[in-house]
Design a protein around this ligand. Structure first.
Ligand code: ADP
Ligand code: MG
Length: 308
Protein backbone atom coordinates (compact mmCIF):
# COMPACT_ATOMS: atom_id res chain seq x y z
CA UNK A 1 0.00 0.00 0.00
CA UNK A 2 2.76 2.33 0.83
CA UNK A 3 3.92 3.09 -2.70
CA UNK A 4 0.38 3.92 -3.83
CA UNK A 5 -0.15 6.14 -0.84
CA UNK A 6 3.05 7.98 -1.36
CA UNK A 7 2.37 8.31 -5.10
CA UNK A 8 -1.03 9.71 -4.30
CA UNK A 9 0.43 12.06 -1.77
CA UNK A 10 3.03 13.34 -4.16
CA UNK A 11 0.38 13.78 -6.88
CA UNK A 12 -1.75 15.78 -4.47
CA UNK A 13 1.25 17.80 -3.50
CA UNK A 14 2.05 18.56 -7.15
CA UNK A 15 -1.57 19.31 -7.82
CA UNK A 16 -1.63 21.66 -4.85
CA UNK A 17 1.47 23.37 -6.18
CA UNK A 18 -0.08 23.54 -9.59
CA UNK A 19 -3.23 25.12 -8.24
CA UNK A 20 -1.22 27.55 -6.17
CA UNK A 21 0.94 28.43 -9.14
CA UNK A 22 -2.06 28.84 -11.39
CA UNK A 23 -3.78 31.19 -8.96
CA UNK A 24 -0.59 33.18 -8.52
CA UNK A 25 0.09 33.53 -12.22
CA UNK A 26 -3.55 34.33 -12.94
CA UNK A 27 -3.41 37.13 -10.40
CA UNK A 28 -0.13 38.45 -11.80
CA UNK A 29 -1.59 38.49 -15.28
CA UNK A 30 -4.78 40.22 -14.22
CA UNK A 31 -2.84 42.77 -12.18
CA UNK A 32 -0.62 43.72 -15.11
CA UNK A 33 -1.44 47.35 -15.99
CA UNK A 34 -1.54 46.72 -19.75
CA UNK A 35 -3.75 43.64 -19.39
CA UNK A 36 -6.00 45.55 -17.01
CA UNK A 37 -6.36 48.31 -19.54
CA UNK A 38 -7.03 45.82 -22.34
CA UNK A 39 -9.79 44.14 -20.34
CA UNK A 40 -11.35 47.42 -19.32
CA UNK A 41 -11.40 48.55 -22.96
CA UNK A 42 -13.31 45.41 -23.90
CA UNK A 43 -16.16 45.07 -21.37
CA UNK A 44 -17.83 42.46 -23.62
CA UNK A 45 -15.19 39.88 -22.61
CA UNK A 46 -16.68 37.25 -20.34
CA UNK A 47 -14.89 35.83 -17.33
CA UNK A 48 -14.80 32.43 -18.98
CA UNK A 49 -13.17 33.88 -22.12
CA UNK A 50 -10.57 35.58 -19.92
CA UNK A 51 -9.88 32.34 -18.10
CA UNK A 52 -9.65 30.44 -21.36
CA UNK A 53 -7.18 32.97 -22.74
CA UNK A 54 -5.01 33.17 -19.67
CA UNK A 55 -2.05 31.57 -21.49
CA UNK A 56 -2.27 34.16 -24.29
CA UNK A 57 -2.51 37.00 -21.77
CA UNK A 58 0.45 35.56 -19.90
CA UNK A 59 2.46 35.31 -23.12
CA UNK A 60 1.58 38.90 -23.98
CA UNK A 61 2.64 40.06 -20.53
CA UNK A 62 6.06 38.37 -20.71
CA UNK A 63 7.01 39.59 -24.19
CA UNK A 64 8.84 42.80 -24.98
CA UNK A 65 6.45 45.24 -26.62
CA UNK A 66 7.85 47.36 -29.46
CA UNK A 67 11.39 46.87 -28.19
CA UNK A 68 10.68 48.24 -24.68
CA UNK A 69 12.82 45.50 -23.15
CA UNK A 70 15.51 44.99 -25.80
CA UNK A 71 18.27 47.28 -26.98
CA UNK A 72 18.48 46.03 -30.55
CA UNK A 73 17.16 43.43 -32.95
CA UNK A 74 20.05 41.09 -32.11
CA UNK A 75 19.29 41.40 -28.39
CA UNK A 76 15.57 40.68 -28.86
CA UNK A 77 14.26 38.51 -26.02
CA UNK A 78 10.93 37.59 -27.59
CA UNK A 79 9.89 34.07 -28.58
CA UNK A 80 9.78 35.21 -32.18
CA UNK A 81 12.80 37.50 -32.38
CA UNK A 82 11.92 40.85 -33.93
CA UNK A 83 8.16 40.42 -33.49
CA UNK A 84 6.06 42.35 -31.03
CA UNK A 85 2.79 40.96 -29.58
CA UNK A 86 -0.62 42.55 -30.07
CA UNK A 87 -3.81 41.71 -28.21
CA UNK A 88 -7.09 42.04 -30.03
CA UNK A 89 -10.69 41.02 -29.59
CA UNK A 90 -12.50 39.39 -32.49
CA UNK A 91 -16.04 37.99 -32.17
CA UNK A 92 -15.76 38.36 -28.41
CA UNK A 93 -12.63 36.20 -28.34
CA UNK A 94 -9.15 37.25 -27.33
CA UNK A 95 -6.54 36.96 -30.09
CA UNK A 96 -2.80 37.24 -29.78
CA UNK A 97 -0.92 38.16 -32.94
CA UNK A 98 2.59 39.37 -33.67
CA UNK A 99 3.88 42.13 -35.90
CA UNK A 100 7.41 43.15 -36.89
CA UNK A 101 8.97 45.51 -34.35
CA UNK A 102 10.82 48.78 -35.17
CA UNK A 103 14.22 47.19 -34.66
CA UNK A 104 13.46 44.36 -37.05
CA UNK A 105 12.17 46.76 -39.69
CA UNK A 106 15.33 48.88 -39.32
CA UNK A 107 17.49 45.75 -39.46
CA UNK A 108 15.81 44.54 -42.65
CA UNK A 109 16.19 47.98 -44.18
CA UNK A 110 19.92 47.95 -43.38
CA UNK A 111 20.29 44.54 -44.94
CA UNK A 112 18.50 45.72 -48.06
CA UNK A 113 20.83 48.72 -48.19
CA UNK A 114 23.85 46.50 -47.73
CA UNK A 115 22.95 44.76 -50.96
CA UNK A 116 23.23 48.10 -52.74
CA UNK A 117 26.98 48.17 -52.28
CA UNK A 118 28.27 45.20 -54.20
CA UNK A 119 31.93 44.86 -54.14
CA UNK A 120 34.23 42.18 -55.29
CA UNK A 121 37.47 41.59 -53.45
CA UNK A 122 37.61 44.72 -51.30
CA UNK A 123 39.19 44.86 -47.87
CA UNK A 124 36.89 45.46 -44.91
CA UNK A 125 38.25 48.94 -44.19
CA UNK A 126 37.12 50.05 -47.67
CA UNK A 127 33.67 48.50 -47.22
CA UNK A 128 33.31 50.44 -43.97
CA UNK A 129 34.82 53.68 -45.25
CA UNK A 130 32.88 56.71 -44.15
CA UNK A 131 32.60 60.17 -45.60
CA UNK A 132 32.78 61.74 -42.16
CA UNK A 133 36.37 60.42 -41.84
CA UNK A 134 37.49 62.31 -44.94
CA UNK A 135 35.37 65.43 -44.74
CA UNK A 136 38.02 67.46 -42.90
CA UNK A 137 41.03 66.24 -44.82
CA UNK A 138 42.79 69.30 -46.31
CA UNK A 139 45.02 67.51 -48.80
CA UNK A 140 42.07 66.31 -50.80
CA UNK A 141 39.84 69.36 -50.85
CA UNK A 142 39.11 69.26 -54.58
CA UNK A 143 38.35 65.54 -54.62
CA UNK A 144 36.05 65.88 -51.62
CA UNK A 145 34.28 68.89 -53.10
CA UNK A 146 33.68 66.93 -56.32
CA UNK A 147 32.36 63.96 -54.35
CA UNK A 148 29.99 66.14 -52.34
CA UNK A 149 28.81 67.76 -55.54
CA UNK A 150 28.10 64.36 -57.04
CA UNK A 151 26.20 63.28 -53.93
CA UNK A 152 24.21 66.47 -53.92
CA UNK A 153 23.10 65.97 -57.52
CA UNK A 154 22.47 62.26 -56.96
CA UNK A 155 19.75 63.17 -54.46
CA UNK A 156 17.59 64.33 -57.36
CA UNK A 157 19.09 62.62 -60.42
CA UNK A 158 22.10 60.42 -61.01
CA UNK A 159 24.76 62.60 -62.70
CA UNK A 160 26.01 61.20 -66.02
CA UNK A 161 29.67 61.66 -65.07
CA UNK A 162 31.63 60.11 -62.25
CA UNK A 163 35.23 60.94 -61.31
CA UNK A 164 38.60 59.63 -62.38
CA UNK A 165 40.84 59.83 -59.30
CA UNK A 166 44.53 59.49 -59.98
CA UNK A 167 47.56 59.82 -57.76
CA UNK A 168 50.27 57.95 -55.93
CA UNK A 169 49.78 54.63 -54.25
CA UNK A 170 48.30 54.83 -50.73
CA UNK A 171 46.87 58.36 -50.80
CA UNK A 172 43.34 57.07 -50.17
CA UNK A 173 41.77 56.88 -53.65
CA UNK A 174 39.99 53.57 -53.08
CA UNK A 175 38.90 54.70 -49.62
CA UNK A 176 37.11 57.66 -51.21
CA UNK A 177 35.13 55.30 -53.45
CA UNK A 178 34.17 53.10 -50.51
CA UNK A 179 32.95 56.16 -48.61
CA UNK A 180 30.98 57.33 -51.64
CA UNK A 181 29.34 53.91 -52.12
CA UNK A 182 28.28 53.90 -48.46
CA UNK A 183 26.80 57.37 -48.82
CA UNK A 184 24.92 56.43 -52.03
CA UNK A 185 23.26 53.53 -50.24
CA UNK A 186 21.36 56.09 -48.22
CA UNK A 187 19.62 57.28 -51.40
CA UNK A 188 19.00 53.70 -52.58
CA UNK A 189 21.64 54.03 -55.30
CA UNK A 190 23.54 50.83 -56.03
CA UNK A 191 27.29 50.77 -56.59
CA UNK A 192 29.53 48.03 -57.86
CA UNK A 193 33.16 48.39 -56.93
CA UNK A 194 35.75 46.09 -58.44
CA UNK A 195 39.52 45.89 -58.40
CA UNK A 196 40.57 45.91 -62.07
CA UNK A 197 43.08 43.01 -61.96
CA UNK A 198 40.30 40.87 -60.44
CA UNK A 199 37.83 42.12 -63.03
CA UNK A 200 40.07 40.75 -65.80
CA UNK A 201 40.62 37.44 -64.01
CA UNK A 202 36.93 37.06 -63.21
CA UNK A 203 35.82 37.70 -66.78
CA UNK A 204 38.46 35.41 -68.24
CA UNK A 205 37.56 32.57 -65.90
CA UNK A 206 33.83 32.82 -66.56
CA UNK A 207 34.24 33.13 -70.29
CA UNK A 208 31.87 30.69 -72.04
CA UNK A 209 30.20 29.81 -68.77
CA UNK A 210 26.62 30.65 -67.84
CA UNK A 211 27.53 33.48 -65.50
CA UNK A 212 29.44 35.44 -68.13
CA UNK A 213 26.57 37.54 -69.45
CA UNK A 214 25.17 38.13 -65.96
CA UNK A 215 28.52 39.44 -64.82
CA UNK A 216 28.89 41.77 -67.77
CA UNK A 217 25.33 42.97 -67.12
CA UNK A 218 26.19 43.75 -63.51
CA UNK A 219 28.94 46.10 -64.68
CA UNK A 220 26.86 47.61 -67.43
CA UNK A 221 23.77 48.23 -65.37
CA UNK A 222 24.81 49.09 -61.80
CA UNK A 223 23.67 52.63 -61.01
CA UNK A 224 27.26 53.55 -60.23
CA UNK A 225 30.23 51.52 -61.46
CA UNK A 226 33.58 51.90 -59.71
CA UNK A 227 36.68 50.50 -61.37
CA UNK A 228 39.52 50.43 -58.91
CA UNK A 229 43.15 50.68 -60.01
CA UNK A 230 42.67 50.83 -63.75
CA UNK A 231 46.00 50.32 -65.51
CA UNK A 232 47.19 47.80 -62.93
CA UNK A 233 45.50 44.89 -64.71
CA UNK A 234 47.26 42.55 -67.07
CA UNK A 235 46.78 44.16 -70.47
CA UNK A 236 44.84 42.18 -73.01
CA UNK A 237 43.54 43.56 -76.29
CA UNK A 238 40.47 41.34 -76.03
CA UNK A 239 39.55 42.54 -72.53
CA UNK A 240 40.22 46.18 -73.43
CA UNK A 241 38.13 46.22 -76.62
CA UNK A 242 35.43 43.61 -76.05
CA UNK A 243 34.77 43.96 -72.33
CA UNK A 244 35.95 47.29 -70.98
CA UNK A 245 35.15 49.04 -74.27
CA UNK A 246 31.65 47.62 -74.44
CA UNK A 247 30.85 48.25 -70.75
CA UNK A 248 31.97 51.89 -71.11
CA UNK A 249 30.12 52.29 -74.39
CA UNK A 250 26.91 51.02 -72.81
CA UNK A 251 27.24 53.32 -69.82
CA UNK A 252 28.05 56.28 -72.02
CA UNK A 253 24.90 55.71 -74.09
CA UNK A 254 22.77 55.17 -71.01
CA UNK A 255 24.34 58.18 -69.26
CA UNK A 256 25.44 56.11 -66.27
CA UNK A 257 28.43 57.37 -64.29
CA UNK A 258 31.68 55.47 -63.77
CA UNK A 259 34.30 56.16 -61.10
CA UNK A 260 37.91 55.13 -61.48
CA UNK A 261 41.04 55.13 -59.41
CA UNK A 262 44.45 54.86 -60.99
CA UNK A 263 48.12 55.48 -60.40
CA UNK A 264 48.16 56.97 -63.91
CA UNK A 265 46.73 60.17 -65.30
CA UNK A 266 44.72 59.73 -68.52
CA UNK A 267 47.72 60.31 -70.85
CA UNK A 268 49.76 57.72 -69.02
CA UNK A 269 46.82 55.33 -68.95
CA UNK A 270 46.48 55.66 -72.70
CA UNK A 271 50.05 54.42 -73.14
CA UNK A 272 49.42 51.64 -70.70
CA UNK A 273 46.28 50.48 -72.52
CA UNK A 274 48.02 50.68 -75.90
CA UNK A 275 50.77 48.24 -74.95
CA UNK A 276 49.44 44.71 -75.38
CA UNK A 277 50.93 41.55 -76.80
CA UNK A 278 49.52 42.53 -80.19
CA UNK A 279 51.84 45.55 -80.29
CA UNK A 280 51.25 49.23 -79.59
CA UNK A 281 47.66 50.05 -80.47
CA UNK A 282 47.25 53.76 -79.92
CA UNK A 283 43.98 54.15 -81.81
CA UNK A 284 42.18 51.49 -79.80
CA UNK A 285 43.60 52.77 -76.51
CA UNK A 286 42.56 56.29 -77.52
CA UNK A 287 39.01 55.08 -78.03
CA UNK A 288 38.86 53.80 -74.44
CA UNK A 289 40.28 57.06 -73.08
CA UNK A 290 37.60 58.99 -74.99
CA UNK A 291 34.90 56.89 -73.34
CA UNK A 292 36.47 57.32 -69.91
CA UNK A 293 36.29 61.08 -70.46
CA UNK A 294 32.64 60.81 -71.40
CA UNK A 295 31.70 58.97 -68.22
CA UNK A 296 34.00 60.70 -65.70
CA UNK A 297 35.96 63.80 -64.81
CA UNK A 298 39.70 63.60 -64.09
CA UNK A 299 40.75 64.69 -60.58
CA UNK A 300 44.23 64.48 -59.12
CA UNK A 301 44.63 63.30 -55.52
CA UNK A 302 47.65 64.33 -53.53
CA UNK A 303 48.80 63.59 -50.03
CA UNK A 304 51.02 61.14 -48.24
CA UNK A 305 51.06 57.37 -48.43
CA UNK A 306 48.72 56.30 -45.63
CA UNK A 307 49.96 52.76 -45.72
CA UNK A 308 53.37 53.71 -44.34
P1 ADP B 1 44.99 54.09 -52.66
O1 ADP B 1 43.75 53.49 -53.23
O2 ADP B 1 45.18 55.51 -53.06
O3 ADP B 1 46.20 53.28 -52.94
P2 ADP B 1 43.71 53.47 -50.14
O4 ADP B 1 42.39 54.07 -50.38
O5 ADP B 1 43.79 51.99 -50.24
O6 ADP B 1 44.82 54.15 -51.08
O7 ADP B 1 44.19 53.99 -48.72
C1 ADP B 1 45.40 53.54 -48.12
C2 ADP B 1 45.13 53.21 -46.66
O8 ADP B 1 44.75 54.35 -45.94
C3 ADP B 1 44.04 52.20 -46.48
O9 ADP B 1 44.38 51.33 -45.43
C4 ADP B 1 42.84 53.05 -46.13
O10 ADP B 1 41.91 52.34 -45.35
C5 ADP B 1 43.46 54.19 -45.35
N1 ADP B 1 42.74 55.46 -45.54
C6 ADP B 1 42.64 56.18 -46.66
N2 ADP B 1 41.94 57.32 -46.47
C7 ADP B 1 41.57 57.30 -45.18
C8 ADP B 1 40.82 58.20 -44.35
N3 ADP B 1 40.35 59.36 -44.77
N4 ADP B 1 40.63 57.86 -43.06
C9 ADP B 1 41.12 56.72 -42.59
N5 ADP B 1 41.84 55.84 -43.31
C10 ADP B 1 42.08 56.13 -44.58
MG1 MG C 1 43.57 51.72 -54.29
Amino acid sequence: MKPIQSALKSWMQTNENFKENYTKIRQEVLDDPEIKEFISLHPQLTQSEINKSLIKLYEYKTQSKQCNQCGSFRACKNMLPGYSPILQVESNEIRLTYEKCHSRIMHEKEQEQQKLFQSLYMPKEILQASLSDIANDETRIQAIAELLDFLDQAKTELPRKGLYFYGQFGVGKTYLLGALANELKKFNISSTLIYMPEFVREIKSSFKDDSFNDKIDLFKKADVLMLDDIGAELQSAWFRDEILGSVLQYRMMERLPVFFTSNYDLDQLEMQLAATKSGVETVKAGRIIERIKQVSKEVKIEGHNRRL
